[in-house]
Design a binder for this molecule. Sequence first.
Ligand code: AHR
Length: 533
Amino acid sequence: MRTSVLIFSAPLLMALLCSTNANAEARLTVHTDQTGPVIERNVYGHFIEHLGRAIYDGIWVGEESDIPNTRGWRNDVVEALKAIRVPVLRWPGGCFADTYHWRDGIGPRDQRPSRVNILWGEIQESNAVGTHEYFDLVEQLGAEAYVNGNLGTGTPREMADWVEYMTSSSPYGLASERIANGREKPFKLHHFGIGNESWGCGGGMSPEYYTSLYKHYSTFLRTPWTYPIQTQWIASGGHGYGDDVNAGGMTEWTDYLTENIEPDFLLGFNAVSFHYYTHPQGTALSEKKGPASGFPETQWISTLARTLLMDGYLEANRKVLDRNDPDNSVAFYVDEWGSWYDPTPDTNPAFLEQATTLRDALVTGLNFHIFHRHADRVTMTSPAQMVNVLQAPVITRGNDMVLTPTYYAYKMHVPFQGATRLDMQLKKVPKYSHAGQSIPALSATAAVSEDHGVVIGLINTDPHQSHTLRLNLTGSKSESEWLGEVLTAKTMDAYNTFSEPQVITPRTVDIDLQATNSVITVPAKSMMVIRQK
Ligand code: AHR
């Protein structure tokens, strides 16, 4: 074993390396032979809703479009999403799910009814994208399906019929209608959500009322066809408020659901869903949240501080789950999360369009680190949303497509998909402080996989200073060649535009990191992923 030196190929990074202070080193010990739970691939899932330009004028252009597409889904976006290995895709909402009537979206497209999207800007919903189109996208991506059912304005019959339509292999009933609409084989329904945000846009329900409805609806969903593929049934759960992990609404849903719904075959459930959005300030829909770009440092730190609250939310919910479900049969799906700012000026505010900057890449990475810490319960997550909405990885305009810093955060973390978490300790972590707020300057996560060996993720939240950490790798997997990538930019709010799409992209770094006692420098406001070759 030899003491290591980090050699970065980019001169900028070399300069950053030289400015480090050995006295301020944090200590990171990674035990390469001490493993925790698997980080399920679905932790890196995605979500798309009938909202603004997420689908129409986003990833869906229609078969007749000049933009190259496969059966209506644009090829450049699908290819980009395949490169981040989207493992699961939640659809059709969001709040929209509780207003969606699936029969509107089947049959010949030119005969589908036009509706008003009452939730998101009262625009036309053409229903050009329905069940068959969604499953086509899921199959093009090689992802699992997560369909969210309508508990708010639908009926038990409507929901049961949808499940039968999607999954039945019977020669009778709704399968014949599906076959007449062009799909012989049943669709694979991996996950089915019963309502969305039922405490709010999904019907303003109490946990007690929702639980009764859950049992009522779910009784009729179990079909002979969902069983063989083990559809996961998801109950709509609570949410975080954004400034206080002890605020109400956070664990009471998890508690009530797990106390009152048995995880059995007939009525039970497999997961509770949870939503938490990160705003720099304000939490209510009507409140100013702060701009997505051109923000002051006070909003850089407040955004990162608030995103770190996810850890407390998950911790509090795990405690409840561990008490009510000690066998760990109920998972926790964080199926909406991410940053939410004021809409881009001169866009329809109901479309929730915002610039996605370096800050959002760090929001994304910090949440990944937190999800890994809770990997035994958190087995699926999806940020809001996949294309053109909130902190989207992909933005489109006309023929063009831009990949955002969020996209690159996903790309860099692909090696964590399906990897096994490693035990690690991060000590002597410096603080980053500004205007009376303080957060840890460094965050770390580690895992091991057959394909990628040991993978370590590092984040420096401090926008001014690089920070060093001394790395100790223990165990048999410590000897190796390493390679790495770093994502940073000149400014906190750097983002890629249609005219300058490469402002912020990951840079490869050469790493000579052979043994224990190696020093790693994490540049200011950056995210790194290093892994064994
Ligand atoms: O992602 C936008 C909206 O945020 C979703 O429709 C809803 O579930 C949440 O409140």
